[in-house]
Design a protein around this ligand. Structure first.
Ligand code: B16
Ligand code: MG
Length: 218
């Protein structure tokens, strides 16, 4: 039997935390008189915390001191963590447990590959912290997606060559990172946004056991 490395992004793939990022960023942006809608939030998916705040400030043409920048980032994160603290396993996205269980049954290796520095906290909240063979998150990388660093570290930790890794991603930057890493990219979301992924599904309910088994045997 072949062993592949299956790498899962977190936000937008395993759980929908984008809605909590939205609430926290909107509160921050509005406090600076910068408007913030779902369209802006979409552009922050997969983007690191620092880069997200830089983007928001540039949309509002604002310049702030380094101290204020750091304070705002801390406040946003505190606000976000307030939402995270109320999460439980009901927030795992549909059919993610089925796919994870199938991969376990097929003795495949599984890693997290997330830009979030809160990834471990979130996995604990939804009781998935013991499910992964490796966890690589925003604390482990120096370069943010679309740089492939996060996925290459995951492959290394799993001991699987990049070409034998499959990445599930919901963000434009993440799919690009997987492609640059020479991995198989599976986009989770809409074709309009993730057209550059090698496979695209609306969500995991569209991913059949046969598709997963075919990826293993490829
Ligand atoms: P944090 P992912 C990303 O997670 C989110 O999509 C993105 O919106 C967020 O800014 C980033 O993590 C950093 O998150 O503030 O928790 O460190 O999609 O790569 O799992
Ligand atoms: Mg994501």
């Amino acid at each position: 039997m072949k062993t592949k490395g299956f790498i899962f992004d977190l936000d937008g793939v395993i759980v929908d935390t984008a809605k909590y990022h939205f609430l926290a960023w909107k509160k921050l942006a509005n406090s600076l008189d910068i408007s913030f809608s779902e369209a802006e939030n979409e552009q922050l998916k997969g983007v690191s915390r620092v880069k997200s705040l830089e983007k928001i400030l540039s949309w509002g043409n604002k310049t702030i001191s380094e101290d204020t920048f750091n304070r705002l980032m801390a406040e946003k994160n505190e606000d976000y963590l307030g939402h995270i603290s109320k999460m439980d396993e009901d927030e795992i996205l549909p059919d993610v447990p089925r796919v994870l269980n199938l991969l376990k049954k097929e003795k495949q290796l599984i890693s997290l590959g997330s830009a979030s520095k809160n990834a471990r906290t979130i996995l604990e909240r939804v009781s998935l912290n013991t499910c992964f063979d490796a966890i690589v998150d925003g604390n482990d990388v120096s370069k943010a997606k679309p740089d492939p660093e996060v996925f290459l570290i995951a492959a290394k930790q799993l001991g699987i060559a990049p070409k034998n890794c499959i990445v599930f991603e919901d963000s434009i930057a993440g799919v690009e990172a997987a492609n640059v890493a020479n991995m198989i990219s599976v986009g989770i979301g809409s074709e309009d946004v993730l057209g550059h992924a090698q496979h695209i599904f609306k969500d995991f309910t569209e991913i059949s056991d046969e598709f997963i088994k075919a990826l293993i045997e490829r």
